[in-house]
Design a protein around this ligand. Structure first.
Ligand code: KIV
Length: 266
């Protein structure tokens, strides 16, 4: 039986939640067996599956295709599908149309990037039966306006912007929030005020759970490895054993270590 958001809240009261991105049925089956709580059909598929330089070319059709495959392979994990660039920013109605396509493909929840400017859309979706996961901090769909994949919230004004964004998304009813690539002190402030399940990537071990891109944690993503990535296959063994090591490390709060989070500015 698939986990519900209620199950995830109960689990998070007893241990950390382990999440990985997933794009196909075989990996969904393997990750589910290894105890992954949340499978994210991330728009990172544009980079690690399709070979693009960013997530911007990914379409709703692409995410729906991979969500259908993941939903066939998963038995218990909660499935989150990313809303791609340009599929939700125009209006709440546009977001609902595309979110419905992803839910009908098998997603349990959709994820969208942004802060205060997306709050009305989060509330609109939630009121119409679509659970939403927010995504603040480094939001890869904004790579061109951010000027690259950079840590966010480093100065006081930036930190306030990220905090206000997290608060607005949660106040609008988001049941989950991803925080990506912010100084760990800022991540801890978000966790301290949280009203949803907070999942970190390059954030803090204090989050309710952690997520990584599957290809990153298996050490097969091309290019420079971000600080928050650990290759769990580096010591050898099978892919399944590597995923189990990741699940165990996240559950007990051993990952991320201090070397995987961003220090606060001096
Ligand atoms: O698309 C993705 O894989 C993501 C994670 C990095 C959180 O959004």
């Amino acid at each position: 039986m698939r986990r519900t958001i209620h199950d995830l809240r109960q689990l998070a009261a007893t241990r950390k939640l382990a999440s990985l991105t997933c794009y196909d049925a075989s990996f969904a089956d393997l990750l589910d067996d290894a105890g992954i709580d949340i499978l994210l059909v991330g728009d990172s598929l544009g980079m690690v599956i399709q070979g693009h330089a960013s997530t911007l070319p990914v379409t709703v059709g692409d995410v729906a295709y991979h969500t259908r495959a993941v939903a066939r392979g998963a038995r218990t994990a909660w499935i989150v599908a990313d809303m791609p660039f340009g599929s939700y920013q125009a209006s709440p109605e546009q977001a609902l149309r595309n979110a419905v396509e992803l839910m009908q493909a098998g997603a349990d929840m959709v994820k969208l990037e942004g802060g205060e400017e997306m709050a009305a859309t989060v509330a609109f979706l939630g009121a119409r039966g679509v659970p939403v996961c927010g995504h603040v901090g480094l939001t890869p769909q904004h790579v061109q306006t951010l000027g690259g994949y950079r840590i966010q919230g480093k100065d006081a004004a930036g930190a306030e912007r990220v905090l206000a964004g997290a608060r607005a998304i949660e106040d609008a009813g988001a049941a989950m929030l991803v925080i990506e690539a912010v100084p760990h002190g800022l991540a801890e402030r978000i966790v301290a005020q949280r009203r949803s399940l907070v999942i970190g990537i390059g954030a803090s071990a204090a989050c309710d759970g952690q997520v990584l891109v599957l290809h990153d944690m298996l050490g097969i993503s091309p290019g420079k490895r971000p600080r928050f990535v650990k290759d769990f296959l580096a010591d050898g063994g099978s892919i399944e054993a590597a995923v189990r090591r990741y699940v165990d490390a996240v559950r007990i709060g051993a990952f991320p270590g201090p070397e995987h989070v961003y220090p606060d500015e001096a």
